[in-house]
Design a protein around this ligand. Structure first.
Ligand code: FE2
Length: 279
């Protein structure tokens, strides 16, 4: 099974280091690359737009849908926080022409879990950040524990809780890089009987984190420029799911790795060391 991945397209105005003004050009390049790569399916991990208001966001989303329409293989979309700022999941579904409910894709020797968990950020005086609704958590637990073959989980927001040192957006805002429920999600992942690999967007950089023997990948945004000297990264990924997993990110911020497929079996970490008494 050969997948292609694009994430954090951010079509719209340029904002901070996001070169959203180049998104349609970058999508045309991506569509051309898909004609040559001919993957089995394409995954879009969300943040298709940079939000402004409901009317503008709806127009931007329609343009992104048009850009995907020239790709001649199945495309599966996940919503990101910018897609959900002024538009509902249902409005995203109508504009992109597919359900935004979580879904299992039978990929032969693999399963793909499109975990379309809520990715809206709440901003208030005493609270900010993401939240995993209980229904989304239960859907994930059910499908992880029921899985009888290697499973790729796909989401917008990463759940590894990996370090954000050096990340333009998240070094000073690590709470916004993941869900507050990461300990509970980690425990759920450790209940999986079959091997799991997790793929996400949101943090606008390429990363691999190994946690409890499970590999968590995040892919660079199509239009991010903080790692590429101001030019849009043009990042898109190819991911081959087989007896091992090969991931290559193309564009100006390239990355490549080959990962083994294995079931997590790490020994749980120790509690904090007690102070050593001084003689
Ligand atoms: Fe983003």
């Amino acid at each position: 099974m050969k997948l292609a991945i694009v994430t954090d397209i951010h079509h719209g105005r340029p904002h901070h280091t996001k070169r959203g003004d180049t998104a349609m050009d970058q999508m045309a390049r991506f569509a051309q690359a898909m004609r040559q790569a001919a993957p089995d399916l394409v995954l879009d991990l969300g943040d298709r737009i940079t939000d402004e208001n409901a009317k503008k966001d709806s127009a931007l989303m329609s343009e992104v849908a048009d850009a995907f329409s020239s790709i001649d293989v199945p495309v599966h979309h996940v919503c990101g926080n910018h897609d959900l700022c002024h538009l509902t999941a249902e409005e995203n579904a109508a504009l992109m022409g597919q359900s935004m409910a979580s879904e299992v894709i039978d990929a032969g020797a693999w399963n793909i879990l499109l975990w379309r968990a809520d990715a809206k950020i709440t901003w208030s005086d005493d609270q900010r950040g993401f939240n995993v609704p209980e229904a989304d958590y239960l859907w994930l637990v059910h499908h992880l524990t029921a899985a009888d073959k290697p499973t790729l989980v796909v989401s917008h927001v990463p759940v590894s809780g990996h370090g954000q040192a050096g990340n333009y957006y998240f070094e000073a805002n690590p709470d916004l890089s993941t869900y507050p429920q990461t300990p509970r999600l980690r425990a759920a992942l450790n209940q999986a009987k079959a091997p799991v690999i997790w793929l996400a967007g949101h943090v606008h950089w390429n990363s691999v984190t190994q946690l409890d023997g499970i590999f968590h990948l995040t892919q660079q945004s199509l239009t991010e420029s903080f790692t590429t000297g101001g030019a849009p990264a043009g990042a898109w990924g190819s991911l081959t799911l087989d007896h091992e997993v090969a991931w290559r990110v193309h564009g100006l911020d390239p990355f490549a790795c080959v990962l083994p497929v294995r079931t997590a079996s790490w020994v749980p970490p120790l509690a904090p060391f007690a102070g050593r008494p001084r003689s």
